[in-house]
Design a binder for this molecule. Sequence first.
Ligand code: RM4
Ligand code: MN
Length: 396
Amino acid sequence: MESQLTDKVFKGLESFRIEIPSWGFANTGTRFGKFLQAAAAGNIEEKFSDAGQVHALTGVCPTVALHVLWDFPHGLDSVHEVAALATKYGVRPGSINPNLFQDQIYKHGSFGNPDARSREEALEHSKDSIAIAHGLRSRDISFWFADGSNYPGSANIRQRKKWFEECLRESHQALSAEQRMLVEYKPFEPAFYHTDIADWGMALLMARKAGPQAKVLVDTGLHYLSQNIEQIVAWLLAEDMLGGFHFNDRRYADDDLTLGSIDPYQVFRIFHEILFFEWEEGKRAEIAYMIDQSHNLKGKIEAMIQTVTMAQELFGKASLVDYEQLVAAQKQADIVKAESCLQDAFASDVRPAIRAWRASKGLPENPQEAFRQSGYLERISLERGARNMSNAGSYA
Ligand code: RM4
Ligand code: MN
């Protein structure tokens, strides 16, 4: 690759960091069962240890997304322990995810629940999550709501919208000046008739009503098939309302497949819209890149390294788009030339440049191979195996 292009890839990689989720290291399953892995993390210390490995080998995952219910067994009182573990394993707490969908009180929703007490408890949990984030100096609190209904007529859709607005506004008031509220959306599942925040437009509206520190979070797996996600990204950027991403890939719905495994060109196009925006505006977009995947068959740490590596490749490719040429071609309505700007960048093999960048940072050129050589997986499989394999959860 020409040195000018290598420079572009280096520049892109310098700015690219991606957050990994604590829940990606735990044993998870499908609706039908869990297939256990001996090496899975069973507690917050093990999750930090595994995340620390991914960061040590890739150098680009300095933060870990945490789920309040799963990672803070004593709520706010767990903050010190979590902070100490983060220091011990060389990664920082990242976005804090309230859990407003698992407790029994959320059977009919959280902020949209017709029962006032359930809404109050949801609000309490939301404020606790914000306080936890504050205690850990985490900037982002990511809200995802499972709220919705399964049958026509069973929910007052407009009333629930009002409750959502109220609760989000009140949560927003609890934010400190440097914190942000990210509002995620999902078209369906677990609700199969209506979902309270079902698409980016609803999330945008809710974020606007919540307050100035609220932005939209785009989870790439949570759209209807064939939806143009990069257009959503471009519009949110133009409105200064894009807060961050949950990256994953899918073939059908919320499949949680590893990023780029099905449609790498789509991820490239998303990165392109962001980098093009930054080039035109001459400023960085304040976006949190996060992974939201849990792997039930692939090895968890390997899958995470594979995802991070793929994200770097696609970001590196998007960094190669020649904007001067692109803008000129767009102006002249030269469709083929404009399209080629993207296709040429996408077709470029950036892997040698990425390996060189890693070497320049003292990182292993092939993090996956380095992980396999490290012996870490064998060690944790032995240490955790007996506990993990006897712990077969049943869905029946
Ligand atoms: C949802 C959504 C959220 C995640 C939960 C567990 O589908 O993607 O971000 O926290 O799953
Ligand atoms: Mn998500």
